[in-house]
Structure formats: C-alpha cells, structure tokens
Design a protein around this ligand. Sequence first.
Ligand code: XMP
Length: 512
Amino acid sequence: MNQTVIVLDFGGQYSQLIARKIRECQVYCEVLPWTAKAEEILSKNPIGLVLSGGPASVYADGAPTMDRSLLDAGIPVLGICYGCQLTVKLLGGEVKAAQADTAREYGRTETSYDADCPLFAGLPEKGISWMSHGDYVSRLPEGFQVSAATAHCPNAGIFDPARRIFGVQFHPEVRHTDNGKEMIRRFLMDVCGAEGDWVMKDFAARAVKEIREKVGDGSVLLALSGGVDSSVAAALIGKAIGERLLCIYVDHGLMRKNESEEVEAYYAAQPVRFHRIDAKDRFLKGLKGVVEPEAKRRFIGAEFIKVFSEAAETYGPAEFLAQGTIYPDVIESGAAGGHTIKSHHNVGGLPEHISFQSIVEPLRILFKDEVRALGRELGVPENIVSRQPFPGPGLAVRVIGEVTEEKLAIVREADAIFREVMAQHGLANFADQYFAVLTNMRTVGVMGDERSYQYTVALRAVTTEDFMTADFARIPYEVLEEASRRIVNEVPGASRIVYDITSKPPATVEFE
Ligand code: XMP
C-alpha cells in the first residue's frame, strides 16, 4: 500500500491540478468531495490532508465545510485559498471579505516568504504567486504565525508549527506560482514524511483491480478511435479483463494515411476482441453537399452513433460502456454555459439509446501526459502513445467546403508528406500538433509550361500547453520549403502551399 494524501475538494477549479502535482512528487493521492465523512477520510490513513480552493465565501449560507475533528487528528494539513480560510474559521481566527481597494487580489502577485516555514525553506524569499481571492485572513487562530505576505495581503501564508497546519492564500499548484511545486513537495516530504513511493505502475495496478471489481464477469464495450486516450484505456481494460473487452473501431473514411490499417494490425495482435467497421461509403454519401462546418460535425457525430450502436448490437452484448475520458474532458464538459465554438465530437458518451449497466472511465483523473506515461507503462507502442490529437470528425474538418473522395486523397497525401518531412528533420515533436488542410481555393499556377488551376494546401503547426490557446510554430523555412516542394511535386491536385501564421485566439487550431 502506498502512503496516501487526501485532497479535500471544496469545488475549486484547481483541485485535480493539486492532485496532479502531488502525483508528480510520486505520492499517491485521492480527491474526495468536501462532503466526505471524517471516518471515511481517516480510514484511508492519510499522511497529509490538502484542502482545495473553492468559489464560496466561508461565511456564505451553505458554504462547504469539513469536520473540525480532521484538524485535531494530528495529520498535517495544507489549506489552499478557500481551504486556508476555512481552516482559520474553524480554528477560531477571522476571515473578511476584501474591499476593492484592500486585499482583493487576482493573478500574478509579488510575494515574500519566510524561510522559517518548512514550506518555503531553502527557496527564494521573494517570488510571484498566483492569487485569486476575494476574502482574506484578517486574524490568525491561536498558535499560528505568518509565513508569507504580499502588498495587500499581510497573511498570504500562515502556519502552526506545533499542529503542523499550513495555509496559503495563493495557489502553489498553478504553474504561475514560482516554486509552487517545490512548496508542495516540501509539505509532502518534509512535513508529512512522504517517501515518494508511488509510480505510474501503481496507478495501473490499482486501476486494473478496480475495473475487475466493477465489471465482475461482465463485458465492456469500448469505442476505439486509435487516439492516445482510447488506446490507453483499451490497454488498461484489456489487462484487467482480456477478451471480455470488445473494441469497436468505426472507420469513417476520414482518417489519416494508413491510420486505420495500423490500428487494425496492432489490435489483431492484442488479447482483446476488436472489430473494424468499414463505414466509409455511408459517411461520404451523407457528407455530399454538406459545406457548413457545424453541419459536417453534426452529421458525423450522429452517424457515428448509428454505426457504433449497430456494431454494438451485432458484436455485443456488453453490460458496460468504456470511455477514454480524461480530466481535461471532464473540465470542458463541466464548463457549461459557454458559447459553442465547435461542437467537439468525441466518441465517448454517445450511444444513449443502447442501455448499459454502467460506464467505465479509468482515465478520468489523469492529465494527457499522465495518460501517455501510463500507456508507456502498459507497453502501448510509442507511435500510439505520442500521437498528436486528431479531431473526431477527422479529415472532414480539414477539407474546407464539401468533402469528396478526391479532396480527401489530396489532404491525406499532403498531410503524410508534411509529417514525414518534419520527422526527417528531427522535428516530429517540435510542434504539439501539425497537419495539412485542403483549402477550398483553387489558384492559377504554372507547371511544366502549362497553366494549372488547382487547390491550395495550407500547412498548420501549433505549439500549445492545453489547446485552449495556441501559437503558430516557428518551423524553419527550409523545412516548410521542402514540404511545399514535395507536396506540389507528389500530390496531384495541389499546386500552391501556404503556411498558417495565426494563433488561437483569434483563430482555432483546426480550420473548421
Ligand atoms: P480547435 O480547433 O477547437 O481545436 O482550436 C482544439 C483541439 O481540439 C481538437 N479538436 C477535436 N477533438 N473532437 C476531438 O476529439 C473534435 O470534434 C475536435 N475538434 C477539434 C483539435 O484537433 C485540437 O487539438
């Protein structure tokens, strides 16, 4: 059994980020909702407790709280933002709502730290921290002293050395906080006595056990896209239940060059059941005359459900539906109320009218790079694990205007050449995502001695942390030149190449 740290979630947007930082320090952690009972928390024998931030004010009606006994249990506690304010309130200190001109702080804030506090020992005494709070600690509970301060917030960090209870008003889990991870590491290692005994292999073992417990001797159906998440989910679930995992791969004819063949070849050798459904004709027929991007996405999403549901009936039954949902998907779907920029079509969660006993989502708490690490741990080949994101609607959103077989062939070849050239120059990982797009624009050129009138291919490459914002990648001109020359020479129908130099925002990563 690994040493365990519990993150108590008070509804903050960064709770899973805290968990992730703890895992980065190789400490096992579980995120529990603030409603979890003290007995449940203590039954896990935690070596430390981290209280997350949250949107409420501690004095608001029905504000999230916790069992005070958890603060008296002798377990080290780190309260972050709301977690800090709640600790102060429960221990008899005072929290106030900041007036606009006093302690309200958002964003990067110059902060000074006291090296006597174990959280900050050996770290620079000044640095930027990430603040996001309306309330602040106005009076410390007995036994506490100040450990960090900002211009507007004299109690930006507090601690009680005897009880080993720490509070910070800022967010050490956010990368904008200088040395934030080191502060968390100090809490874990120096205060809680963590040994750093957790590795991805332990996650895999635990997940396999949980899947077995949940599924019993039932079967699981997985919509496999060939992307990183569903492939790693397949490996994990396959490890847990072998042939009782049924993978369905819907080939909509909109995949990149050789992709479907590669997926099929790989799964033929895996100890799971795999079916590739060739639905190319259906999709192309349905896309005839469809020009508007959202209409394309809607059709593909809906058709996908149909094909998948039919296949599930043919090859099923299965009591469980598996999804490769990862944590950023959870955040995005939670972000209700925003405007639909693009209706992202992911295979997960779709077949509403097939009834399943339950859903299996073993990657739900992981971030993308953790999923990749897990995939490597499970022996998923590197070309799958490091695969760049590919949209559910596939090349249909990389062919501007109506999708035809002829246009798909152009974009597929151009894309393959672009990726090959990048790899040959050692730039396979230079950008986070790069691809070719067939613009709907034909232009005049001269090829041989003749006039040509053919398509313009756009190359797109972006660097990004989270795909919410992205910058165009500064690919060296000679690489672009080689890709351009090869595409024009080798791909019939393409006679002009442009490179997209817009960032997101205002553009998006994909063209449609
Ligand atoms: P955008 O174009 O919205 O893309 O800036 C951001 C990231 O999302 C990918 N993308 C999709 N992924 N289903 C997906 O699973 C979709 O419908 C979809 N549309 C865009 C895109 O490739 C980029 O990585």
